[in-house]
Design a protein around this ligand. Structure first.
Ligand code: NAP
Length: 308
């Protein structure tokens, strides 16, 4: 079993930045990724809050640049699904892959990110891909001149509602409270957009439709208990993120929602295992904070490996 200095699991901004810092520090660095590098950012239409790009750029473009940058310094890549890992005394971590292979490294950085939370309501699964979606960039163009609903009140819901107005004739933003959670700048852009209608204090109870796809959402007003149907062809769900950490139970400490607990050096509860990016328990999930975590984790791994 060939041993690397550093194995990074996951190729989003956290993993790619760790790859850049690790390989640039002279560590033999291998990035293990299920499919291809990118993560959530790949499906972000326009990134306008990553420093250094005042005009904004697409998520795809940013990931391409980050990947090229890490490769330039020698980061290696392989495809594989990690299903477990274990610390071995005194200075190795073994990483188990779904295909039965095992890798080993002096340090491992977990950068597996997070996926979209589901509402877990009737019709959600049935109409996913036929009107119900978790990705406006991927599916928005299918809803040209149609009315759609966006569910959620955070940055994702508001940003994607604005994006969907490029295609949809009307976007209903349905939020369970009486005010949005999104940052002010996004809220202001949404309030100014005549195509967006806000439905507050309301939850979606079910999705309904027929063989051609989604036709309506059933909404309950939490203030007066009134239940009504809203005719829409699309239902976009943005109600937060769930970390991709299922394979880490019993390996490192997780918080109540399954995010990896680290210290400020990105060190987990397990020896020689670090975590970075959206899979980590922290207040702000952003590309820039993921990149920052990745740099810190690689720096901490470098110090551990070189013993400085
Ligand atoms: P979020 O900030 O956790 O917001 C989730 C929203 O969904 C909240 O409004 C929440 O309501 C609502 N919600 C949660 N569970 C629900 C349920 N079962 N039914 C109905 N509504 C529910 O998640 P996010 O918007 O996906 O953002 C995740 C992270 O990515 C954040 O750190 C965010 O800042 C970041 N992000 C940044 C940008 C950007 O900078 N442009 C874009 C996208 C995401 P309550 O408000 O009542 O809790």
């Amino acid at each position: 079993m060939a041993e690397r200095d550093l194995i990074i699991i996951g190729g989003g901004p956290a993993g790619l930045t760790a790859g850049l810092y690790g390989s640039r520090a002279g560590l033999q660095t291998l990035l293990v990724e299920k499919l291809s590098p990118g993560g959530q950012v790949l499906i972000t239409d326009q990134v306008e809050n990553y420093p250094g790009f005042p005009e904004g750029l697409s998520g795809f473009e940013l990931v391409e640049k980050m990947t090229a940058h890490a490769r330039k310094f020698g980061m290696e890549e392989m495809n594989g699904e990690v299903i477990g890992m274990e610390y071995h005394h005194p200075e190795a971590v073994t990483v188990k892959l779904a295909d039965g292979n095992t890798l080993a490294a002096k340090a491992v950085i977990i950068a597996t990110g997070a996926g979209h939370r589901r509402l877990e309501i009737p019709g959600e699964e049935e109409f996913t891909g036929r009107g119900v979606s978790y990705c406006a960039t991927c599916d928005g163009p299918f809803f040209r001149d149609q009315e759609v609903a966006v569910i959620g009140g955070g940055d994702s819901a508001v940003q994607e509602a604005i994006f969907l107005t490029k295609f949809a004739s009307r976007v209903y933003l349905i939020h369970r409270r009486d005010r949005l959670r999104a940052v002010k700048a996004l809220q202001e852009r949404a309030f100014e957009n005549p195509k967006i209608e806000f439905i507050y204090d309301s939850v979606v109870k079910r999705f309904d439709g027929d063989e051609s796809g989604l036709r309506s959402v059933t909404i309950e007003n939490l203030r007066n208990g009134k239940v009504s149907d809203l005719a829409v062809g699309g239902g976009f769900i943005f109600v937060g993120m769930v970390p991709n950490t299922g394979f880490l139970k019993g390996v490192v400490d997780l918080d109540g929602q399954g995010f990896v607990i680290t210290d400020e050096w990105m060190k987990t509860s397990a020896n020689r295992i670090f975590a970075a990016g959206d899979c980590r328990s922290k207040p702000l999930l952003q590309i820039v904070t993921a990149a920052s975590d990745g740099a810190t984790a690689a720096f901490a791994a470098e110090h551990l490996i070189y013993g400085v």
